[in-house]
Design a protein around this ligand. Structure first.
Ligand code: URA
Length: 242
């Protein structure tokens, strides 16, 4: 692989900037200052350092975003800001969100250019757990909880016309929020359109605020304010790929 491609994949800069950086002696290959950006290197064997920091090669890029409300989860939208717009300074091509959160939903969104991982995590067959913090209009009854946990009819139909109920879910009661709204943690294993809101509607309730806390092994970093993001750690990436 060419050195400039390697450095570009690590978001060091544009090709033009990288040529300049290399000319200025900021890059070392196996301890020697590289003098040309178009030399060939072996990402598996050669030790590449930029500004004396050793780089670990990764073909793909992985970020955790605490999605703020008011931003859409698509890659392009003419009018409204998208989650990809938030990461524009990273200069990474082909980033996509792993699944969608509604415009008024906050919380964990994995954003990556690793299409295979996105596909795997979203595959309906994989049943990846997603946990949501659900602020509701009024408390759930025992009956509501068992209906949510067993699976509810949210209006989806099977091919034969019968109700396609949601898969069993888990409900954990937590403290009320500051406005006095009851809050639960709801764990679901599917990703149907507006699923959480429709599940609560099916038991006669209403979601007043929704935040995603986790997806599979990946948990929202509570240090991230809404609108902030960070790269995933090596451990988080490996756990997600397991
Ligand atoms: N369920 C919803 O209703 N909305 C979301 O954004 C995510 C899950």
């Amino acid at each position: 692989m060419r050195l400039d491609k390697y450095l570009g994949d690590q978001n060091i800069g544009t090709r033009k900037q990288i040529r300049e950086y290399v000319k200025n002696g900021r890059c070392r290959v196996n301890g020697e200052v590289a003098t040309k950006a178009d030399i060939h290197i072996d990402p598996e064997r050669d030790v590449i350092a930029f500004d004396d920091i050793e780089l670990t090669y990764s073909k793909y890029h992985y970020y955790m975003l605490n999605k703020p409300t008011g931003v859409v989860s698509s890659t392009k939208d003419g009018r409204t800001m998208t989650v990809i717009d938030i990461l524009k300074d990273e200069n990474v091509r082909d980033l996509s969100p792993c699944g969608r959160l509604d415009i008024d939903t906050e919380g964990l969104l994995l954003i990556t250019d690793d299409g295979e991982l996105i596909h795997r995590l979203l595959s309906p067959k994989k049943h990846v757990d997603k946990v949501y913090e659900v602020h509701m209009d009024h408390p759930l009854t025992e009956l509501d909880i068992s209906r949510l946990e067993e699976g509810v009819d949210i209006g989806d139909k099977r091919n034969d016309g019968s109700a396609d109920k949601t898969l069993p879910a888990k409900v954990l009661l937590t403290e009320d929020d500051e406005e006095g709204n009851p809050v639960i943690h709801l764990s679901i294993r599917e990703g149907r359109f507006h699923q959480v809101k429709r599940m609560l509607e099916a038991v006669g309730n209403e979601v007043v605020f929704l935040r995603r806390l986790s997806m599979g092994s990946l948990e929202l970093d509570r240090e991230l304010e809404p609108g902030e993001y960070r790269p995933l750690t090596e451990e988080e990436i490996n756990n997600l790929k397991k």
